[in-house]
Design a protein around this ligand. Sequence first.
Ligand code: FAD
Length: 393
Amino acid sequence: SAGRIVVVGGGFGGAACARALKRAQAGLQVMLIEPNKTFTSCPFSNEVIAGLREIEAQQFGYDRLAAEGITVAAQAATAVDAQKRSVTAADGATFAYDRLVLSPGIDFHFEALPGYDDAASEKMPHAWKAGAQTLLLRRQLQAMADGGTVAIAIPANPSRCPPAPYERASLIAHYLKTNKPRSKVLILDAKDNFSQQRLFEKAWKELYGDTIERVALSQGGRVTSVDPATRTIITEFGNYTPDVANVIPPQRAGRIAEIAGVADHTGWCPIDPVTFESKLVKNIHVIGDACLGGGIPKSASAASGQGKACAAAIVALLAGRAPETPRLTGVCYNTVAPGYGFLLAGNYQPKGDIFAEVEGGATSPVDAPRELRAREATEAERWFQIITADTFG
Ligand code: FAD
């Protein structure tokens, strides 16, 4: 039979893809391999860090996917044999596929940040995968005395959700303003410019005065190493020993991509943007944060759209039809305080080997009344309800 699809990773990309495959063609055998029985969403996890939301509101199971006929294996994929077309799971079981979809999200590029590793993340949390790390950073903020400094180390792009570090800085500033008003947020940034910068900076001035200080790349803000024993962050400019150190390391595709041979020297996975098939290994498709998407920011909305487009392409390929050219949308909401949000929406289409932005995008105006900020904060919550119901509900 030519209808066995294995999907690795049950996040925004993988779960959306598995679901779309089964819905498009009930006869397909769709298997989802995901080690966690409960998925914890990164979108809105900055609210959890700031004490504005409980972690349970971030968590979703796979019961509905199973009820739709998707076989869910609660395992991590540990190996891929592209010749035999099979995936091996941590418990040793192997699963044959006609097409394999990888949506493993990100892993950290520890070699690019000397001193940082999994053990260091217990002292200097990244909180860039949601769950225990999110709660650890929240506890550290709660334990900090008033007058302390919270440092956020931000990597260069490409990385998962480029505006999210600045949203985090904003919501941490909100927490401090409300609970520990003599405290500061120090951003150590490996970039000079960032997504929606003017909107963020205007909001910071309006809401938080000089609570947030940012050291940009050209001022020496790039973090070159860390020392977890002393909680020291070393930059091109100098050393910092903040009271709370949120270190977001440089990233690359989830490790299974490298194991499968689909990641290149950049650490990300080159694909054909029409089918999401790997440029390096046949019959393996890569979606979500792990793929080299070009102009499309790594986001949950992009991963979900890619999952659905990839499912449609696989159904077409299995039927011997030419796949349609996908048109993807990415919406990115940022909440900088309760009731204060703004958005960036873009449309993307294949151009050569990547996605390029096409017309029809929108961004919130820099000068806007508070009512618009309030409306866009509400829309952000609505967006979260819709995408999580669409993916898991
Ligand atoms: P993920 O959703 O991370 O899913 C990957 C899954 O693969 C995981 O469940 C993992 O357990 C599994 N996996 C990994 N390796 C294996 C393996 N070997 N075997 C089996 N399973 C495996 N995006 C937005 O659109 N809007 C937002 O507001 C937003 N806010 C964010 C805020 C923060 C703080 C962060 C960090 C991110 C935010 N994002 C946001 C980005 C969004 O979380 C990611 O872009 C999105 O999750 C990518 O989907 P994915 O499927 O590629 O990866």
